[in-house]
Design a protein around this ligand. Structure first.
Ligand SMILES: [Zn+2]
Length: 301
């Protein structure tokens, strides 16, 4: 796909793609909001910016550290010497990208989960806060908890709101079912916040830019609730986290195709929904026969 810049405000553009990348200019300097998956994407982005805008790139603001958002940082930073800014924990994972497969597996990762979709090339990153002005620019960070560790959105002064991975396109929801979600309760809070937040344009990374996202918020909330209830249904017979995934994802109707990395990501989502059920007093873990199992909790009284 040929990359193109689409203008959304006086100083704000985005580059539609597998991951929508934001672009903003202030005082003759450019800023990227996320970078994309790999060197090839980085090269194509830089060529596009050089041809269309021709101003020096000061920084990449990363919304979070998933490989499809930070994977082109290394190439772009090497070519332009730009800075990379992210919240503290996301910056740590951007600098030490091996932490992502490690976090998926809970130990040093095996080679099959160290591909570029999980483990990006590392880049040097500096910290920003998850809320308020971003350094000395007129960009503003907004916290978008739920999907990952300390994900942010970015609001530009011309009223474009970049929403990272807080909202997915319905086609993505249908295809994957288990959107990566580490904290279900806070994911709902983020959806509620977006629903009431006005902006001229909203730009999720995995859905088209739009002037109204309320329907998209509704679909994402429904998908999240569907998964919580599917997990609840799956533990009507006690089972492990893997059993729960197999009971839901093994359903032929879902047609999920998973490699090891994808399966581990889905296990994170199942785990997050089990946590949400445990917090709500609807499920509890116990250890039996060397396995961590989950069962429904009898209502008190
Ligand atoms: Zn993403």
């Amino acid at each position: 796909m040929k990359l193109e810049l689409r203008q959304l405000g006086a100083s704000t553009w985005y580059v539609p793609g597998r991951v929508n990348v934001g672009y903003y200019e202030e005082e003759g300097q450019g800023y990227l909001i996320d970078s994309g998956l790999d060197d090839d994407q980085g090269r194509r982005l830089l060529n596009l910016l050089k041809a269309e805008r021709g101003v020096p790139l000061r920084a990449i603001v990363n919304t979070h550290s998933n490989a499809d958002h930070v994977g082109a940082n290394a190439f772009i930073q090497k070519r332009t010497d730009c800075e990379v800014w992210a919240t503290r924990i996301e910056a740590a994972l951007t600098e030490c990208t091996m932490l992502e497969p490690l976090f998926l597996w809970g130990a040093f990762p095996f080679p099959q989960i160290r591909g570029k979709f999980v483990e990006a090339r590392p880049s040097r990153a500096g910290f920003i806060e998850n809320e308020g002005p971003i350094r000395d620019t007129r960009l503003e960070a907004v916290p978008l908890p739920g999907h990952f560790l300390d994900m942010i959105g970015v609001r530009t002064p011309d009223d474009v709101l970049f929403l990272a991975d807080s909202l997915f396109d319905p086609a993505v929801l249908r295809r994957y079912r288990f959107m990566v979600m580490l904290d279900v309760r806070r994911g709902h809070e983020t959806l509620n916040w977006i629903e009431n937040e006005r902006a001229a344009w909203y730009v999720p990374c995995h859905a088209p830019a739009s002037q109204d996202v309320r329907e998209l918020v509704r679909q994402n909330r429904e998908a999240l609730t569907w998964l919580t209830e599917s997990v609840w249904t799956a533990i009507s017979v006690p089972g492990s986290r893997e059993d729960v995934l197999a009971r839901i994802g093994g359903d032929a109707a879902l047609g999920l195709e998973m490699d090891a990395a994808h399966l581990l990501l889905n296990l994170c989502s199942v785990g997050a929904h089990l946590t949400a059920l445990a917090e709500a007093g609807r499920a509890e873990p116990y250890v039996e026969g060397g396995r961590l199992l989950w069962r429904r909790r009898e209502p008190a009284g």
